[in-house]
Write a protein that binds this ligand. Structure first.
Ligand SMILES: Cc1cc2nc3c(=O)[nH]c(=O)nc-3n(C[C@H](O)[C@H](O)[C@H](O)COP(=O)(O)OP(=O)(O)OC[C@H]3O[C@@H](n4cnc5c(N)ncnc54)[C@H](O)[C@@H]3O)c2cc1C
Length: 455
């Protein structure tokens, strides 16, 4: 059977979804935000409802066709890249927020809802959806769930997993599984919800979710900025804050290399050669807490500090952090890395990153969710390079191993995708890999769900 007739058969199964097979349009679904190698897909299905997902998975099982689920394609691990001959199952047209309940403090959503759209809808009800990845205006909730996305406010509110009550998952053979529910507590059976969160499309397709909302913080935000001679010193101050019992909603670090690029690009006046620690407080008494942070930072050797109150002024300081990647990517191609270490090892890891980068002669600018020990060294290389240069991978690999030796993890929030597979065994060990395989085989015995990703 030729490709055209297979695609025609799939089209005939879809109750409402659209088939994309035109090479021009299909190209948009081959890659995520990375330059990870991609195969040529058979076609894409733009799902309009759960029935389209079920039909696609039944077809895939019948015809033994691999399926790559896809949200907005903002992933940074190569997770949504197409594999040869696959169907890309596009979920970004399923954008309904089906329910918002103030009493149960939850939202029932389709997988294609944009993260920030849910945050705005919850805010209208006086509630908050706290997960806020840097990509919140583009990423989908399905993608956030599949990668267990983090972001800026995890220090206080946790990652995506901490905001999930239940999921609708279409399994590889097309069965619809419902996990969890609408209650804020619930321990019946294994925690299948958590199993699917962070599974990167390798165990099933997230077709809907019931998400936990929270009360909106009462006070206006207040933000403290402290500039240090280098990133390790700024990270040391983050530890001092924890010891002092100060608990910002976000605690971000921008290293000296990034700050220099920002200063040159669009923020003249930022102290050159300094690293920045940024803490934001959102509870009542936020102004007092931010002032206390600034005092403590001054006591721990900050070169300069600043405290602002209110959303607008806090936003201005946060823009320094939010613009970091853009400031570096304007210079060439970038590979944004992601790993985490125990918070207490953050100063050491920052020193190691610099040392390893210098030894390999690669340009690295680092930002970190300092409160979570989660680092994002961004590697810069030539615009013209087709692939990530070997010396960049060599330096990155050395950093991953150093993070593991410090008791850390290969990825804090972006996922394994295709790009980190080769280091997986270093962290999971033989037994860990075996258990992962057993789970994968139980749920996807034909290996059709996002093959070549994670495992
Ligand atoms: C500028 C920028 C800033 C970023 N900041 C952050 C950040 O602060 N924190 C963070 O965690 N990430 C961040 N990211 C990475 C990325 O936005 C997240 O990983 C996000 O969760 C991906 O969502 P998506 O809809 O784009 O998913 P995609 O990229 O389309 O897919 C990601 C993975 O999820 C799978 N998938 C997608 N939808 C489904 C579904 N419905 N069912 C099953 N599997 C599915 C895909 O197969 C793939 O493996 C950032 C990215 C960019 C470009």
């Amino acid at each position: 059977m030729g490709n055209d007739s297979i695609v025609a058969e799939l089209a005939g199964c879809l109750p409402g979804g659209e088939i994309v097979s035109d090479p021009g349009r299909l190209a948009a679904y081959r890659h995520d935000e990375t330059h990870a190698a991609a195969g040529e897909p058979l076609c894409a299905v733009v799902a309009r409802g759960v029935a389209d997902i079920v039909a696609t998975m039944r077809f895939a099982t019948r015809r033994r066709v691999p399926v790559v689920p896809r949200g907005a394609g903002t992933g940074l691990a190569g997770g949504a890249t197409a594999t040869a001959g696959c169907v890309v199952l596009v979920l970004d047209a399923m954008t309904a927020i089906r329910e918002l309940s103030a009493d149960d403090m939850l939202a029932v959503v389709e997988p294609g809802v944009i993260t920030a759209d849910l945050a705005r809808a919850a805010a209208e009800l006086g509630l908050m959806y706290p997960v806020d990845p840097g990509s919140a205006e583009r990423s989908t909730l399905g993608g956030n769930l599949a990668t267990n996305a983090g972001g800026f406010r995890c220090y206080k509110y946790g990652v995506t997993r901490d905001s999930v009550l239940g999921l609708d998952v279409v399994l590889a053979d097309g069965r619809l599984l419902r996990t969890g529910g609408r209650t804020s507590k619930g321990v019946t059976g294994y925690d299948l919800t958590s199993l699917f969160v962070g599974s990167e499309g390798t165990l099933g397709v997230i077709a809907g979710a019931t998400l936990r909302l929270r009360a909106r913080p009462a006070g206006a935000p207040a933000t403290a900025a402290a500039f240090y001679r280098d990133a390790a010193r700024a990270a040391g101050a983050a530890l001092a804050l924890t010891r002092a019992g100060l608990r910002p909603s976000l605690l971000e670090l921008v290293d000296d290399v990034t700050l220099r690029e920002l200063e040159e690009w669009k923020a003249p006046g930022l102290p050159r050669g300094a690293a920045l620690l940024l803490g934001q407080f959102d509870s009542s008494g936020s102004g007092r807490a931010a002032a206390a942070m600034a005092r403590l930072c001054a006591d721990t050797g900050a070169l300069a500090t600043e405290v602002v109150t209110g959303a607008e002024e806090s936003g201005r300081l946060m823009d320094i952090r939010r613009q970091s990647l853009a400031a570096v990517s304007r210079l060439g191609r970038t590979m944004v890395e992601d790993f985490a270490v125990p918070r207490s090892r953050l100063p050491e890891m920052l020193t190691l990153i610099r040392r390893i980068a210098d030894r390999h002669g690669v340009f690295v600018a680092t930002v970190a969710h300092a409160g979570d020990g989660n680092l994002h060294p961004t590697f810069l290389y030539d615009h013209a390079a087709a692939d990530v240069p070997e010396k960049v991978w060599a330096a990155a690999g050395e950093m991953f191993r150093a993070a593991l030796e410090l008791g850390g993890t290969l990825t804090g929030e972006h996922g394994v995708g295709t790009l980190k597979r080769r280091w997986l065994r270093d962290e999971l060990g033989d037994e860990g890999i075996e258990v992962h395989r057993a789970v994968k085989d139980a749920l996807d015995p034909l290996g059709l769900m996002n093959p070549g990703k994670v495992l």
